[in-house]
Design a protein around this ligand. Structure first.
Ligand code: NCD
Ligand code: ZN
Length: 344
């Protein structure tokens, strides 16, 4: 296959930041996707429907002329989130879910939930209204190895949570392990997962062999190759539980190439091409449309897009860097490398 036409894809997990960053991040994402779930880990976080709607208006100011882009919003779950906010999400035209970061798990997660048992009153409402709970699935205890944090979350937090709330609608975001893939497969249809391009295309060797490559560093961290292989298998399986979420997470070059570098890969400008490459390498290009354009919309109860995009098998080099903020730059995922697909 040298060309493929699919319904316009959506990104069910992306970070756009705020303020001057939007000038870079919004056009990059809007040129790739019809809709995106815009993550709420701003400083301070997006905690209420009113704040989410105001953030959406700021994003909309940067959508390029002639492009239709529909940002879907998410609230940031804190220990103080009111159970009443859930009905407001359900009633909102723009807000689709709530995101739980265990406190301290990742970039800007200090205001996250400190102990899930403290927020059961909110989770009851989520189950009742069938509002999706989006999870950053890692435990944060100091003594737990960073490569084991996702698996420990499944055993210690998620399994008991689903036992208590069996009808909860939930997305395990950016899964990185075979354990998470198998966990999701074993649950009912209300439990789904997103998968990033970096976890399909790379493993921890890409990040660590021959020198530390900070632009492959994201959370949850890249795992060993056998996990990568399982993620490719489920993403390309046609199972609607697994859908596209880039986790594109912009940080400036200086913040990444640093003695204490930030976590996050900036994939937005080439995301669909990177996914096409991963599916093509697996010989499963025919499964890309379901993963990228059908299953996420179906899960969120939103209509599928109606326009199409075409990808052609044609080499292109990912730029070394893009302008970002004032006097800064941003290095995209797989910068300077050649990929074999191009969106026309
Ligand atoms: C994300 C960010 O930078 O906001 N970083 C990342 O490594 N994925 C946060 C997140 O989704 O964990
Ligand atoms: Zn993220």
């Amino acid at each position: 296959m040298n060309s493929i036409t699919i319904l316009q894809p959506d990104d069910w997990h992306a970070h756009l930041r705020d303020g001057a960053a939007l000038k870079r991040t919004v056009p990059d994402l809007a040129r790739q996707f019809a809709r995106a779930i815009c993550m709420p880990n701003l400083v301070p976080p997006v905690k209420t429907v009113a704040e989410a709607e105001a953030y959406r208006a700021r994003i909309m100011q940067h959508v390029p002329e002639g492009i239709a882009f529909d940002p879907r919003m998410v609230l940031y779950f804190t220990d103080q989130t009111s159970p009443d906010e859930v009905a407001k999400i359900k009633a909102s035209e723009f807000v689709n879910a709530i995101k739980l970061y265990p406190a301290g798990a990742t970039t800007n997660s200090d205001n996250g939930v400190s102990d899930i048992s403290k927020v059961y009153a909110v989770i009851e409402q989520l189950e009742e209204h069938q509002v999706p709970l989006l999870l950053h699935g890692e435990v944060t205890h100091q003594h737990v190895d960073i490569f084991d944090r996702e698996k420990r979350f499944l055993d210690e937090v998620l399994a008991p949570l689903l036992q208590r709330f069996p009808k909860l609608k939930m997305v395990l975001e950016h899964i990185t392990t075979a354990d998470a893939a198998e966990f999701v497969l074993a649950q009912n249809e209300r439990v789904a997962a997103t998968i990033t391009p970096q976890h399909l295309l790379f493993n921890r060797n890409h990040m660590l062999v021959g020198g530390v490559k900070p632009h492959f560093y994201c959370l949850p961290i890249l795992k060993r190759q056998s996990h990568q292989e399982k993620l490719i298998e489920v993403a390309t399986s046609g199972n609607p539980k697994f859908f596209l979420g880039t986790d594109s997470a912009p940080h400036s070059k200086n913040a990444k190439e640093n003695a204490c570098g930030c976590a996050g890969c900036y994939s937005a400008p080439m995301a669909i091409e990177l996914y096409a490459q991963a599916f093509d390498q697996a010989g499963k290009l025919d499964r890309l449309e379901g993963f990228a354009s059908h299953f996420g919309a179906d899960f969120y109860g939103l209509p599928r897009n109606t326009q199409t995009i075409t990808l052609v098998k044609e080499d292109q080099q990912i730029p070394d860097a893009y302008d970002y903020l004032e006097n800064e730059s941003i290095i995209p995922l797989y910068a300077g490398q050649t990929i074999h697909w191009r969106k026309v």
